[in-house]
Design a protein around this ligand. Structure first.
Ligand code: NHR
Ligand code: GAR
Length: 193
């Protein structure tokens, strides 16, 4: 079985979209793949509730008690590796990962980022796209490398920026596209692994 481990920090709607698609399309039978675990650095991440309700293993690893980023990343990698993952999926995971962590998962670590990369790497992408006067925004699935948000692009989706948009209304429009694109991208990646 190809195990997928998903890392979240918050709502987990992208994680839920992947889990739902995996069930609907019967990835276990058709692709020999399953979502084996959902890990969060936040104990109160809403996505954990959703994952538990689906019978998926969940773990919380709070980054705050660790004395360095590297120490947290080493503990996180140890937790992930217990599931022997074919693919590690960042879905609203909010901690920057050190180069050692990224190297350990080279070629099997992906992220979804809420902008049309390489525009607007980092945080607060929607407000920055509005402030820049962008007519279009969107989201990008990319391989994770040590360079933040600049790994090879796997797929993108575009949405219009509409008059009167706020960061929240634009984020909601982008998020609906994320939910379509990310399960599709994960399925395509699984077939290459
Ligand atoms: N790590 C590496 N090495 N490379 C990438 O491309 C990564 C990554 C870790 C996360 C997701 C990314 C996004 O899609 C991601 C891509 C968090 C931050 C951030 O500044 C930036 C980008 C992303 C995720 N995090 C702060 C930090 O100090 C904490 C912010 C918070 O807790 O709210 O880690 O946008
Ligand atoms: C998504 O829009 C995702 O692209 C973005 O956060 C949201 C998470 O939603 N990711 C980042 O900003 C990573 N820094 P979700 O938890 O409901 O999937």
């Amino acid at each position: 079985m190809k195990n997928i481990v998903i890392l979240i920090s918050g709502g987990g709607s992208n994680m839920a979209a992947i889990v739902k698609t995996a069930q609907q399309e019967n990835w276990a039978q058709r692709h020999g793949a399953r979502v084996a675990a959902v890990l969060s650095n936040k104990a109160d991440a809403q996505g954990l509730v959703l994952a538990r309700a689906q019978g998926i293993a969940t773990e919380v690893l709070d980054h705050k008690p660790f004395e360095s980023r590297e120490a947290f990343d080493a503990a996180l990698a140890a937790a992930i590796d217990r599931y022997e993952p074919a693919l590690v999926v960042l879905a609203g995971f909010m901690r920057i990962l050190s180069s050692g962590f990224v190297a350990h998962y080279a070629g099997r670590l992906v992220n979804i980022h809420p902008s049309l990369l390489p525009a607007f790497t980092g945080l607060h992408t929607h407000q920055r796209a509005i402030d820049a006067g962008c007519r279009f925004a969107g989201c990008t699935v990319h391989q994770v490398t040590a360079e933040l948000d600049l790994g090879p692009i796997v797929d993108q989706a575009v949405v219009p920026v509409l008059p009167g948009d706020t960061a929240d209304t634009l984020a909601a429009r982008v998020l609906t596209q994320e939910h379509v694109m990310y399960p599709r991208a994960v399925r395509a990646l699984l077939q290459t692994l």
